[in-house]
Design a protein around this ligand. Structure first.
Ligand code: PEP
Length: 249
């Protein structure tokens, strides 16, 4: 039985002081032992989040990292730095990073390997544009993204990896994929993983849906067979995130 994940992607929102206020507001609302809760906060908010969430049911994630160990990469953050701060998860290959910061399937793959080398669990994003969906090439596109992401990733690592299917047309638009659309692609991702690693890994890997998830849509999405929770943007910054975490209550 795969445990549901509710991961909040705060994006470039909240100063450390604001993060403190948001965590104070959200913490009492996100208590659900049936769910793994993760706050993926901006780098600068990591220390305050780690301190405030110590001993709670909430883990801290980052939103990006570099694929090299260290060196002359001005402005970048390494996996080792994140790990030493107490970070457990890292989002890799979010569509906004692919769109605005030249993230490619190759850098996504290198980052996944580097995350595992530093005991971080990657939350790997994939998803199609509206044009790709309309052209009917969604599944081919997703297959390519997943296959490229998992090059040289071992079966043990693949089991630990979290995949987030995020149709780009649904991110930040208020347009949620229907539960059938989301399930179709999440099921296909699981089949793709089965093709790469076999049925056992495919049964264990957790696959999230992301794209305008809210307290209203979470229960029906998370009830689908191949959807193991959500990666949540806008609603992660509001009390509504508590309703998402408690989707089963
Ligand atoms: C995201 O940024 O990963 C996301 C899914 O955003 P939103 O929930 O706002 O669509």
């Amino acid at each position: 039985m795969r445990k549901i994940i509710a991961a909040g992607n705060w994006k470039m929102n909240k100063t450390p002081q604001e993060a403190e206020a948001l965590i104070t507001e959200l913490l009492p609302l996100v208590n659900n032992d049936d769910v793994d809760v993760i706050f993926c906060v901006p780098f600068i908010d990591i220390p305050v989040a780690i301190e405030m969430l110590k001993g709670s049911n909430v883990s801290v994630g980052a939103q990006n990292m570099h694929f090299e160990d260290k060196g002359a990469f001005t402005g970048e953050i390494s996996a080792k730095m994140l790990y030493e701060c107490g970070v457990e998860y890292v989002i890799i290959g979010h569509s906004e990073r692919r769109q605005y910061f030249a993230e490619t399937d190759e850098t996504v793959n290198r980052k996944i390997l580097q995350a595992f080398a530093n005991e971080l669990i990657p939350i790997v994003c994939c998803g199609e544009t509206l044009e790709q969906r309309e052209e009917g090439i969604t599944l081919d596109w997703i297959k390519g993204q997943i296959t490229n992401a998992f090059v040289n990733v071992s079966a043990e690592q693949a089991k630990e990896t979290i995949i987030a299917y995020e149709p780009i047309w649904a991110i930040g638009t208020g347009k949620v994929a229907t539960k059938e659309q989301a399930e179709e692609v999440c099921k296909f991702i699981r089949e793709t993983i089965a093709g790469l690693y076999g049925q056992e890994v495919a049964e264990e890997i957790r696959i999230l849906y992301g794209g305008s998830v809210s307290g209203d849509s979470a229960p029906e999405l998370f009830a689908m067979e191949d959807i193991d929770g959500g990666l949540v943007g806008g609603a992660a910054l509001k009390a509504d995130f508590g309703r998402i975490v408690n989707y089963n209550k």
